[in-house]
Ligand binder design. Structure first.
Ligand code: GAR
Length: 214
């Protein structure tokens, strides 16, 4: 399955996906990495792995729709069948999201549906939660909503700052996203209604994928 990865910055989740795709027998291949920011460090991560990159700078477009149309064109031209948002910090138009319905994944650094949006770690600390984590889900027009493929739990420790908590969650993200992507490329994570049904390799129903505290 040809995968397109959308990034805006550092690209550490992209690096984890590149590593996963390099595993023998992995049934996905990253065909294109697109950044909406010309200076995203993730562009170098992709280039170092020999993966084609493209900058589609949102500032060059008059509207969200024209920006999204260019993303769509580039992804289709590269033969992409599945999109992975990996630290992509632009809201996509409903039209784009619907075109890629059930073919676009996102990773979010909280246990959704808690803490959608920005400043998630500060908000988790402010709320006093003892456990947070990360979620991989199929994308829907509403921000940080959509059928959940997998989640990982991460403890909040006393003395945590948004930075220390973000670093601990990020480690979990790097394990979770490859796991979730593997399920999707193998056809073992299917959207049924608005939930994800997980199947074992032999086609029988699997338990929800929950990665315990890391
Ligand atoms: C990650 O923590 C990812 O979950 C988050 O941005 C970071 C990107 O890091 N994404 C969002 O907040 C999207 N709502 P990376 O560029 O090193 O992968």
């Amino acid at each position: 399955m040809k995968i397109g990865v959308l990034i805006s910055g550092r690209g550490s989740n992209l690096a984890a996906l590149i590593e996963a795709c390099a595993e023998p027998g992995f049934r996905g291949q990253i065909a294109l990495v697109i950044s909406n920011r010309p200076k995203a460090e993730g562009l170098q991560v992709a280039a170092a792995a020999g993966i084609p990159t493209l900058v589609v700078d949102h500032q060059d477009f008059a509207s969200r729709e024209t920006f999204d149309a260019e993303l769509d064109r580039a992804l289709r031209a590269a033969g992409v069948e599945l999109i992975c948002n990996a630290g992509f910090m632009r809201i996509l138009s409903d039209g784009f999201v619907e075109k890629w319905r059930d073919r676009q994944l996102n990773i979010h650094p909280s246990l959704l549906p808690a803490f959608k949006g920005l400043h998630v770690h500060q908000r988790a600390l402010d709320a006093g939660v003892r456990i947070t984590g990360c979620t991989v889900h199929f994308v829907r027009p509403e921000m940080d909503e959509g059928p959940i493929v997998a989640q990982a739990a991460v403890p909040v420790l006393s003395g945590d700052t948004p930075e220390t908590l973000a670093a601990r969650v990020l480690e979990a993200e790097h394990k979770l996203y490859p796991l979730a992507l593997k399920l999707v490329v193998e056809g073992r994570a299917r959207v049924v209604g608005e939930q994800v049904a997980l199947l074992e390799a032999d086609g029988t129903e699997a338990a929800p994928l929950f990665v315990p505290a890391i």
